[in-house]
Design a protein. Structure first.
Lengths: 173, 930
């Protein structure tokens, strides 16, 4: 799973030559072997490395503050969403929804690699949400829809239909 | 379409902090704060620090409190301690390299989960060997990396962010020199930095690991082997199970066996007693307190869940006894009696009857529904008491108690309210604080008030008996280890039990100064009765004893009997810790719980059920809604709070009724039956299975096996999804194979239509069996409509579950009619208002009338112009015309033709609505937009 999203991320970053990845351990942590120096281990680490390699450091944030926010959401993804127990999913969605209330992107006013990586991570959850649940997580769904339509992001994943008019107006605000 | 630009117009909030100032929030005794404080000092970054409580919610968008948190100049919050450290380093002039990021990621994903677990073992349970074992892998990994390096620190010769982060993470372990020499040398080197020392001092206050206790106790118990699978693993409901050729063939073979053994389910013969060589299952549901009318949450939490499981067990051929009853003793009953001018016994009689009738309406099929105020209760409770007394498990002590001089009685815990001594919540109850959840001793309450008269009670002392739980703890733990590892305990039940044991057991008072209770037989305590928590669970035994004199065959027979307790999560400690201690201490070979099934809470439209505010649907009102009992059962079970709280919502109930019951399940079963009636004269046609049919058989068989696996594990809500999946497969199968079209073709087409119809009606028959535990009436109706053989349910739910052709060719079915009715928006809206609690009382009668008018089942309240006979004819006409339109559309007929037929259909529907006394203008269907 992580490997497919890394290859999608490479395409999004415009890297011409695809890297070869392998995985490590029971958790299948991705590993990138490089010619100069030791292997890189971990999804967040590899993703940050790819952004630098593609000469798009702005995707890691343009100020120290934004860089920290980007790293924070990458960590959130690998610690809170991957391996999230079933009963915790709603809490994670609720928190993200709350966070995105007044935001277009996860960090700052432009796309960072945290956006596609979080999008890849929750795609399988959002795909299964009923229309009513999507409305409950309205901000998250709006962000999700935005990111899935951002040029070059979606690649290996199926598009998720998002209704733009509210259906269940009577409950939840 | 993909590239279509999206515009999001969002006003960014002005942040409250405008100047370039930051603030770091930390809490004492929180190990994650060590790293940020160390880095802050090391980098010399200027930043305000605020000490807050562990529970303080600093980050507004996170549901759970997290610390440390850095409030950035922009007003954003950083809640990841590693991100905070990285940020400090960067503004201090050091941008992180890939190698640093990698160490931080390793710390967060690999080390922290293990460390959290290890610290809990070490600090809270004193199990240092287990902690060391858990830490072996990450410590070895660190040693390997460090021993290969020549540099002084992890990645370079100067100290970097990863050194501090890892050092601070490991610091609370207080590593001692071991064979991991490289780790130890590095650890000492980093720890020698003054910044590190002062950070550790600030967080731990020189108290060592003990300082972490408060923090660790608040964390959820971290287990390394997860109880629940992670969400990104494909579960049963997500994966479209792909069938192999082999599976297809084997499904077809099984199917063609037909009903070989015609053994019907044996009649239930009372009294049911354990039998040698059978699976003997004893099911109890928590005893509802008699003077509360149960609400939907109570119903789903215990009786309904237990009923589904009991019905399922009987279908599976287990020898099963399902016991419940009302819990009747206690002060609450005494007070209610005073209020209503009756004796406590009269109150109990009155409310016991109400409970009985509610459960009867919900079709809860108890083998016996008893009560706790019986001579048997006294006899058994006193016997257990003496046995505990004789074995030295009871201790005497004097208790300070609250007494209301005005009401002239000692106040039971639930009749005192006051301020919580721990969190200052002003409305804490006498036994527990609803806000912080801690157990309270009523005399500790600040500013106590008698709930009856509102006056301040006085403290009086009185002599009482206590059950010596600490003395029983070793026995309890030994039994728990066995029961938890062999039985099905829900995750919440495991957690609650573990946390009780983790906090340590204390003696618990078992006597009370009241009249309405089981008398304490000891002469020194003659004016006292047993406290309800001691007495009530004994009700399970005494109720069984009222059912049969041979009750001990169930309750003193752990070798042969498997006991399932159903309850809501608030009842867990009494069933997993306290009651087992009573029974273990009595040393009388009692049957103890093997499987403890606890639900979370059901909320009502995002608020709580409240009798006093009139919010929510209570058991006796459900029947007045005109919605059939089976639909209530379906919806409650569909949202059964398994694993997390859920919420009842009227709009959702209508949605699920209309989409799942009407359009999916009902539609499939009805179509299958109608095809047999209309096209084949009511006889199941010949079936020649093709690959497509076998695929359906295999899919259905797979769902059936899932259903059985899930219900065996009491995953009631999940198993219901299997039923709905089957009818979804069935609908798709009919849609693709178009029997209504083939029936008009030549011989091969007609035969195809026959096969598809025959297979479908057999799937419908299987569904009737699988539905029995959930919707008994609907299940019965389907079986009557199909004239299904008695033995079919029993036969197909055996073993792993086998889907056989139970309606062979030539079988004549009965009259088919629709199973479900649509819930209209206005009807649901009226119900929502009626039970919402906001309606002023004066409007209520009018409301009730308007609701009833649109409920089809309420014959007395039909609107003017309604004509049931005509409605029936029109209903058939609508169904026929509907089929015609579907057929035309499927054949891709010319547009004008379709439009003409559609308008006929609409006209028929309008007439039908009039005949049923409904408003002919169709309600706006908001959900149906494409």
């Amino acid at each position: 799973m992580a490997l497919r999203e890394l290859s999608s991320l490479e395409k999004f970053l415009g890297l011409k030559k695809p890297h070869k990845y392998s995985t490590q351990g029971v958790k299948k942590v991705p590993l990138l072997q490089s010619n100069n120096g030791p292997a890189l281990v971990g999804l967040a680490t590899i993703a940050s490395h790819l952004a630098k390699e593609a000469k798009k450091p702005e995707l890691l944030g343009t100020t120290p503050e934004q860089r920290a926010v980007v790293q924070q959401w990458l960590e959130f993804r690998v610690t809170r969403i991957d391996e999230c127990p079933r009963e915790e999913i709603r809490t994670v969605l609720k928190d993200l929804n709350q966070y995105l209330e007044d935001k277009v992107y996860l960090a700052g006013n432009s796309l960072s690699i945290a956006d596609p990586l979080l999008y890849y991570a929750i795609h399988h959850i959002v795909v299964d949400l009923a229309v009513q649940e999507k409305e409950r997580y309205m901000n998250l769904t709006r962000w999700f829809d935005h990111i899935q339509h951002y040029p070059g992001v979606r690649h290996h994943l199926a598009p998720v239909v998002v209704l733009r008019n509210r259906v269940y107006t009577s409950c939840h605000h | 379409r993909d590239k279509e630009p999206r515009f999001c117009l969002i006003w960014r909030r002005k942040s409250s902090i405008t100047a370039a100032q930051m603030k770091l929030f930390v809490s004492e005794g929180n190990p994650h704060c060590i790293k940020v404080l160390a880095v802050l000092e090391l980098t010399g970054v200027k930043c305000d620090i605020e000490n807050v409580n562990h529970e303080e919610k600093v980050v507004p968008f996170l549901s759970r409190p997290v610390l440390p948190v850095l409030l950035l100049p922009s007003g954003q919050h950083l809640f990841s301690s590693n991100a905070i450290c990285q940020y400090f380093f960067e503004i201090g002039g050091k941008a992180p390299a890939d190698a640093s990021t990698q160490w931080l990621e390793w710390e967060a994903t690999e080390l922290q989960p293990i460390l959290g677990h290890a610290l809990q073992m070490l600090v809270l349970q004193g199990k240092s060997a287990e902690a060391a074992k858990a830490l072996e892998d990450p410590m070895n990994f660190l040693e390997q990396n460090l021993s290969k390096r020549t540099s002084s620190f992890l990645t370079s010769d100067t100290v970097a962010v990863e050194d501090i982060v890892l050092w601070a993470a490991l610091f609370p372990l207080y590593l001692e020199p071991t064979e991991l020499t490289s780790v130890f040398t590095w650890f000492e080197r980093v720890g020698a930095l003054p910044a590190c020392q002062s950070a550790a001092q600030r967080v731990l206050q020189g108290r060592g690991q003990a300082a972490l206790k408060g923090f660790l106790q608040k964390q959820p118990v971290i287990t390394l082997r997860r109880d629940t699978p992670p969400c990104n693993q494909t579960g049963a409901e997500e994966a479209e199970h792909l069938m192999t050729e082999e599976e297809l063939q084997s499904a077809a073979r099984t199917w063609s066996l037909g009903l070989t053994d015609f053994q019907t389910q044996p009649e239930r013969q009372h009294p049911i007693l354990p039998q040698e060589g059978k699976r003997n299952v004893l099911v109890t549901s928590a005893l509802p307190y008699v003077n509360n009318v149960p609400h939907l949450g109570n119903i789903i939490g215990c009786v309904l869940s237990a009923d589904v499981f009991a019905r399922y067990g009987r279908l599976r051929g287990w020898n099963l006894l399902f016991i419940c009853g009302t819990d009747e003793y206690g002060t609450a009953t005494e007070n209610k009696a005073r209020e209503e001018g009756l004796t406590p016994q009269e109150i109990c009689n009155k409310y016991h009857a109400i409970h009985s009738s509610i459960y009867k309406w919900f079709q809860i099929d108890f083998d016996f529904f008893g009560r706790t105020t019986t001579p048997r209760q006294t006899e058994i409770a006193q016997d257990i008491f003496w046995r505990l007394h004789d074995r030295g498990f009871l201790i005497e002590d004097t208790v300070e108690q609250l007494r209301c001089e005005n009401c002239q009685c000692f106040l039971a815990d639930r009749f005192v309210e006051g301020m919580c001594p721990h969190c200052q919540y002003p409305e804490a109850r006498g036994d527990q604080c609803d806000k912080c959840g801690r157990l309270i001793n009523a005399v500790e309450l600040k500013a106590p008030q008698c709930k009856v008269c509102g006056l301040t009670p006085v403290v009086r002392s009185s002599k009482h008996l206590f059950l010596d739980l600490p003395k029983l703890e070793p026995d309890l733990e030994q039994w728990l280890d066995r029961s938890l590892s062999t039985g099905d305990w829900t995750t919440n039940a495991r957690h609650i039990t573990r946390s009780w044991l983790r906090d340590g057991l204390k003696p618990r008072c078992i006597t009370r100064d009241l009249q309405w209770g089981t008398p304490v037989p000891h002469p020194d305590f003659s004016s006292k009765v047993f406290y309800v928590w001691f007495d009530a669970p004994i009700g399970y035994l005494s109720i069984t004893a009222n059912y049969t004199d041979q009750w001990e065959k169930w309750w003193k027979n752990p070798q042969q009997v498997e006991l399932y307790n159903f309850m809501a999560k608030d009842n867990v400690p009494f069933h997993s810790v306290v009651f087992p201690c009573s029974l273990l201490g009595a040393q009388d070979n009692y049957t103890l719980v093997n499987n403890l099934v606890a639900t979370e809470y059901l909320n009502y439209e995002d608020t709580k059920f409240s009798k006093s505010r009139g919010v929510g649907v209570f058991g006796d009102m459900a029947q007045d809604t005109g919605i059939p009992s089976d639909v209530w059962r379906f919806y409650l079970l569909y949202l059964r709070p398994e694993g997390q709280d859920s919420a009842f919502s009227w709009a959702d109930m209508a949605l699920k009724n209309n989409s799942e019951l009407l359009n999916n399940l009902g539609n499939f079963i009805n179509r299958a039956g109608m095809f047999v009636s209309k096209f084949f004269g009511g006889c199941v046609p010949e079936m020649e299975l093709q690959a497509e049919d076998k695929r359906l058989l295999a899919q259905v068989g797979w769902e059936l096996r899932q259903y059985i696996q899930l219900l065996d594990k009491v995953r009631i809500r999940e198993a219901l999804k299997c039923i709905l999946n089957i009818s979804r497969h069935g609908n798709q199968y009919i849609q693709v194979n178009e029997p209504w079209k083939n029936i008009k073709g030549g011989a091969p087409e007609r035969q195809r239509a026959g096969t598809v119809t025959g297979v479908s009606v057999n799937v419908a028959c299987l569904l009737s069996a699988m539905l029995e535990p959930y919707m008994p009436t609907v299940s019965q109706t389907i079986r009557e409509q199909l004239r299904a053989p008695e033995s079919c349910a029993h036969a197909m739910l055996r073993g792993e579950g086998i889907f056989v052709r139970s309606l062979p060719s030539g079988h004549r079915i009965g009259t088919v009619s629709p199973l479900f009715q649509k819930l209209e928006t206005d009807q649901i809206e009226a119900l929502r208002k009626r039970f919402g609690g906001q309606q002023p009382k004066t409007e209520k009668p009018q409301d009730v009338a308007s609701t009833k008018a649109c409920v089809p089942e309420a014959p007395a309240a039909r609107a003017v112009g309604a004509d049931p006979e005509k409605a029936k004819q029109l209903e058939a006409a609508v169904a026929e015309q509907g089929e015609k339109v579907r057929t035309l559309k499927a054949q891709k007929a010319e547009k004008p033709v379709v439009i003409a037929e559609v308008s006929k259909l609409l006209e028929l529907k309008k007439q039908l609505a009039l005949a049923e006394g409904r408003d002919p203008e169709p309600a706006t269907q908001k959900g149906k937009r494409k």
